[in-house]
Structure formats: structure tokens, C-alpha cells
Design a protein around this ligand. Structure first.
Ligand SMILES: NC(=O)c1ccc[n+]([C@@H]2O[C@H](COP(=O)([O-])OP(=O)(O)OC[C@H]3O[C@@H](n4cnc5c(N)ncnc54)[C@H](O)[C@@H]3O)[C@@H](O)[C@H]2O)c1
Length: 382
């Protein structure tokens, strides 16, 4: 029986943001070992990253195509690849590994076009490969508790949703004289690397995915506005999304909302109760029953452990969990799924609790529909 997997990474050099988070998250459960990589567009930095992680030089690649080709021929080949490059490379890298029968974990947004997204979904399905998308916020324990509470009817029938994901790291774009140090790679503002959207593609898609994850609702139509402030791509967007259930959500995403850093907040209102979760305080879930006072449910506490999802908590109550553990929770399920497939074991619903390539397809469609609506100034049907 196989107990540990081997994995490789594309992108995620020592200076990058999210690749390091992926590696630390995977290490939480020590059930997958980093053995190969093409970590950087900069060869020297790629080698330094490989050395820092004890990756054998023979498995440190200059080019992801060579990596897919050579890894697929090895008896001890990687079981999955984590793709942590800027958006413009996701499609071609993911396709290359899928065509070499290697499972994929890919950053969002999945790719640039809907055609590419559907093609990746088709290849993964045909080859029976696991294809996960790291929609981070679905990995938080209290988000999973909120989902279970909604499923168990704790807020009754959903009547309205409000979600925002607001940051301020691109506020300097508003005025070239007013320079604020950026905290993320600026390729996000360039259509060549980012795609047709900056703000909606970078963070709005997380907000929409979270609504879908919590409620299961599918979008029927939406109307959006975007603000570019003279830049090539959107830096702010307001939209109304109408779901198949008839429920509407107001979604606001922004990279110029001064004083907001990673402000993802979701509020779901029902006829029997309401829940509210704020990413910057991820261990606390606010629950208001229609006939009682607002309760603050704390991760790791007995009250959150009444729910199955509450038991996914890794640290004792009061010791904060965060981004890396949310990623670790996603990888826990992805790795379990790949291990069970290798060992011929049956998969459960809990094992498959991670966002997959179909959610990635939905994300790409959402970005395109929102940009289309903003251009036309009208509702856009799905
Ligand atoms: N899920 C989340 O919460 C989350 C958070 C941040 C970023 N992201 C996504 O992760 C991706 C990367 O974002 P980031 O902030 O880490 O970017 P980054 O600019 O910090 O890192 C990008 C990495 O890709 C490497 N790279 C570029 N071209 C390459 C090539 N041809 N071959 C190999 N490596 C190459 C760079 O050298 C660098 O290591 C983006 O798609 C972004 O949307 C997701």
C-alpha cells in the first residue's frame, strides 16, 4: 500500500508568493515529498530554490515541458504537479502534465479562455486524472462549518448574499505621484500575464467561488461594472449575481480600497438565521438565529465541534489557524484522493471536498461574463 506521494512544482521560486505557501501546506501532513521542479523563469533562482529544498539536480528542470517529459518516463515519477506560475502559463503547463498522465494542482484562475478551460476539463476526465484548483478559502475550517450549517438548515431558506473581497495594494495606480509599496507581483495588472481581468480574476473569482461552495448555487445571470481608472485592466468591480435559486448576491471586489488588506467577507442571510465569516479573523464564525442573539462560534471549541467539519481543526482553540493551514486542508483531501486511487480504495464525499477543474471552468466563465457585462452595461445570461 502506497503511503506517501512524490510531487513536483512549476513556479514558486524563493522570491515568489504562493509556491512557498503550497510547499509548507503540503508538509503539514508529510504525505507528499517534493522531488522535482521547474521553479522559476530565472534559471539561477530555480536552482537555488531546488537546493534549498534538497531537490536532486537531475530533477531540477529549466523548462516545464522537459520536466513533464522526463518525469513521466521515470519509474519513481511524480504523482502530481503543483502549478504556481502567473496566470498566462496555467493552460499550457497543465495541459503538458495531463498529457503525460500526471495529476495536477493548479492555481486560480485556471486559464485565460473558456475554450481552454473546457479542454483541460475534458483531458483530465478522459484520462481519469485528479485536477484540483486551489480556491484557498474553501480550505478554512470555519468555512466548512458554515457550509455544513447551511446544509443542515441552520439559517433556513437563503434569501440574500453579500460578499466582498477588498484590498488596497494597487492604490498607487490611481495617482502616479502617490506611490505605495506593492506587496504582490505587478504582472497582475498586465493583460499579457493576467488575462482579460485583474481584480475580478485575482480576487473576485475567490468571492464568487466561496458563494458557490457555501450554497451550491449556480449563476443564472449577472450585471457588473468595472473601474480601470485609466489602467489596462479593472481595479474595482461591483456586481449583482442572480443564482438559479432566484437568490441574488451583491459582490464587490477592489484593489484600491484603502485600509483593506485581504478583506474577504461573506454574509449569507436566510429566513431562520444568518452567518458571517471574515477571512482576516478566520477562526470566528458569526451565527445569528432568528430567535436569539448573535453567537461567535470559535474554531476548535466544543460548539464548532458539534459539526463534523469543526473536527477538521488542527490546533487547540485560541491558537490561530490561517492561510497555510487552509491550503494544508485542501492538500489533505487532494493527497488522500490520489493515494486512495493508487491503492484502489473507494473515495468518500469528504475526500473529494476540494475545488476541481470544473470549478476552475466556472471561474473562467465568471470572469468573462463579468467583463462582458461591464462592457455592454447590461445583464448577461449564463
Ligand atoms: N489561491 C490563492 O489564494 C492565491 C494567492 C496568490 C496567488 N495565487 C495565484 O498563484 C499564481 C502565482 O502567483 P504569485 O503571487 O505566487 O506570483 P509570483 O510572481 O510571486 O510567482 C510566480 C512564479 O512563477 C515563476 N515562473 C514564471 N514563469 C515561469 C516559467 N516559464 N517556468 C517556471 N516558473 C515560472 C516565477 O519565477 C515565480 O517563481 C497566480 O496564478 C495567482 O493568481 C493564488
Amino acid at each position: 500500500m502506497v503511503k506517501q506521494l512524490r510531487y513536483g512544482m512549476v513556479g514558486g521560486d524563493l522570491k515568489a508568493f504562493i509556491g512557498e505557501v503550497h510547499r509548507k501546506a503540503i508538509n503539514f501532513d508529510t504525505r507528499a515529498k517534493l522531488v522535482a521542479g521547474c521553479f522559476s523563469a530565472d534559471e539561477k533562482l530555480g536552482v537555488e530554490t531546488a537546493e534549498a529544498y534538497n531537490v536532486d539536480p537531475s530533477r531540477t528542470y529549466k523548462d516545464y515541458k522537459e520536466m513533464a517529459e522526463k518525469e513521466s518516463q521515470r519509474e519513481d515519477k511524480i504523482d502530481f504537479v503543483s502549478i504556481c506560475t502567473p496566470n498566462f502559463l496555467h493552460y499550457q503547463i497543465a495541459k503538458e502534465f495531463l498529457l503525460h498522465d500526471i495529476n495536477v494542482v493548479c492555481e486560480k484562475p485556471l486559464c485565460f479562455t473558456q475554450e481552454e478551460a473546457v479542454e483541460l476539463e475534458k483531458i483530465a476526465k478522459e484520462r481519469n486524472l485528479v485536477f484540483a484548483i486551489t480556491y484557498t478559502y474553501t480550505g478554512y475550517t470555519m468555512v466548512k462549518v458554515a457550509k455544513e450549517m447551511i446544509e443542515k438548515g441552520k439559517i433556513g431558506k437563503i434569501v440574500s448574499i453579500n460578499v466582498e473581497y477588498v484590498q488596497d495594494w494597487l492604490v498607487s495606480s490611481l495617482d502616479p505621484k502617490n506611490q505605495k509599496a506593492t506587496t504582490l507581483s505587478v504582472w497582475r495588472s498586465d493583460p499579457k500575464y493576467s488575462g482579460i481581468s485583474n481584480c475580478i480574476g485575482d480576487i473576485g473569482t475567490h468571492a464568487e467561488n466561496l458563494v458557490h461552495y457555501l450554497t451550491g448555487f449556480e449563476i443564472k445571470r449577472l450585471i457588473a461594472t468595472t473601474d480601470t481608472y485609466g489602467m489596462a485592466l479593472d481595479l474595482n468591480s461591483n456586481m449583482i449575481i442572480e443564482y438559479d435559486s432566484g437568490v441574488r448576491a451583491a459582490l464587490w471586489c477592489s484593489q484600491v480600497a484603502l485600509g483593506h488588506y485581504n478583506g474577504l467577507v461573506i454574509r449569507v442571510f436566510g429566513d431562520k438565521g444568518a452567518i458571517e465569516w471574515n477571512q482576516e479573523y478566520p477562526d470566528y464564525l458569526h451565527y445569528t438565529p432568528v430567535d436569539g442573539a448573535t453567537q461567535v462560534m470559535i474554531r476548535g471549541s466544543a460548539v464548532s465541534k458539534q459539526y463534523d467539519a469543526g473536527n477538521l481543526s488542527r490546533l487547540p482553540v485560541g491558537h490561530p489557524e490561517g492561510l497555510t493551514i487552509a491550503f494544508a486542508n485542501i492538500y489533505r483531501n487532494v493527497i488522500t484522493t490520489i493515494l486512495k486511487k493508487k491503492n484502489g480504495e473507494a473515495l468518500t464525499k469528504a475526500d473529494l471536498d476540494f475545488q476541481n477543474v470544473s470549478n476552475g471552468v466556472d471561474g473562467v466563465k465568471f470572469i468573462h461574463k463579468a467583463v462582458e457585462s461591464a462592457k455592454k452595461g447590461t445583464w448577461v445570461e449564463y
